[in-house]
Design a protein around this ligand. Sequence first.
Ligand code: 15L
Length: 265
Amino acid sequence: MSIPSKPVLLTGASGALGRVLTRALAEKGWTLRLTDIAPFPDEVPPGASFEQADIVDRHAVARLAEGCGAILHFGGVSVERPFDEVVGPNIAGLYNVYEAARAAGARVLFASSNHTIGFHDRSTTIDSESPFRPDGYYGASKVWGEMMGRLYWHKHEVESVLVRIGSCFPKPVDARMLATWLSYDDLSRLCERAVLADSTGCIVVWGASRNSRMTWWQGDDRETIGWEPKDSADDFADEVSGKLSGDPFVERHQGGAYVAIDRSA
Ligand code: 15L
């Protein structure tokens, strides 16, 4: 069993995915530095420490990253919100994270999103080089994050694994998620591989499980980190395949409900 040689900083630790990763990686014996703007709701596991901090606080982020070998960046706004709520954590916050990574010599795993490409049609298959088509301010902020990854790689050799997460929940809850679902275990293994891989450069990985309805996304760099998903949304098909939005515009696009939020019809 491999363990990173340096501590790993996890931002957004108090969120749903942060808590999942804290449990999974602490169980493996990793040394974790946890941070979030909200208090950590669980008992802090052995090998981990928690500090409450705002991602827009540049000095706090730099201090937290000092001596870390990797940053798992799950902090910031994680759903579509008005621009003024997104800009601080997801735009300035990304600068803080990348500056901290640069100073520490740390690799970044950036929790990007399928909402960077949400306006592609479900009838098409895109790859990681296909044009961005963000479906809101949140999706556009994730495009910015991916661009920061590329900038800091080419200019400063900061490595990044940019994970375009589909729908990471305990189980799929509607028909769309039969394509986009990423299980918690597949996410945890992905983060583990992203940190432990010898070198990554700046790469993109689609964050979805082995769902047979996942015909939308192909061609990423998962081989570089040796990650293959093991779970599948197919097991939930009977339960949720009838759960549609009833809106043809939403059903046409990969981003689902986000494409219709605040839309000028
Ligand atoms: C995301 O990026 C969100 O963080 C999550 O809450 C879901 O909305 C997910 O995308 C999705 O597209 O299902």
